[in-house]
Design a protein around this ligand. Structure first.
Ligand code: ZN
Length: 126
């Protein structure tokens, strides 16, 4: 039986791994960037705002299904319809949300209301 070739990859030597299994986007320099920097500090402020607004809206609407699937669908749906608000979260800056009042907060509330209506009309379960 012929031995399959061994591929030397930046991940280490992977015996018998088909070349197709190495993602086309894979690049050692990009991985180094991820290894050397803490991207957990990169946060989309929209997530917290959408979850807060969803929590409020669900509390005001007793008929809404709050199973895991529906809640995640509503959150994803709302998040996909508001512009992201990424920022770098450093120690001490957790409470500052300078540009997130007014119009954007209203957009978030509307997105949540639309997401609730859409998901409750088209639930992923009976
Ligand atoms: Zn549900």
């Amino acid at each position: 039986m012929a031995e399959r070739p061994t591929l030397a990859t930046p991940l280490g030597v992977v015996a018998g791994l088909a070349t197709a299994a190495i993602p086309a986007w894979y690049d050692a320099d990009r991985m180094a960037l991820r290894d050397n920097h803490d991207f957990d500090a990169l946060v989309n402020e929209a997530e917290g705002m959408v979850l807060d607004a969803l929590d409020d809206a669900i509390a005001r609407s007793p008929g809404i299904c709050t199973c895991r699937d529906c809640v995640l669908d509503m959150a994803a749906c709302a998040l996909n319809s508001v512009p992201p608000r990424y920022r770098v979260s450093l120690l001490g800056s957790m409470s500052s949300r300078p540009e997130l009042g007014g119009h954007y907060a209203a957009q978030v509330r509307q997105a949540v209301a639309d997401a609730i209506a859409r998901v409750q009309k088209n639930r992923s379960h009976d």
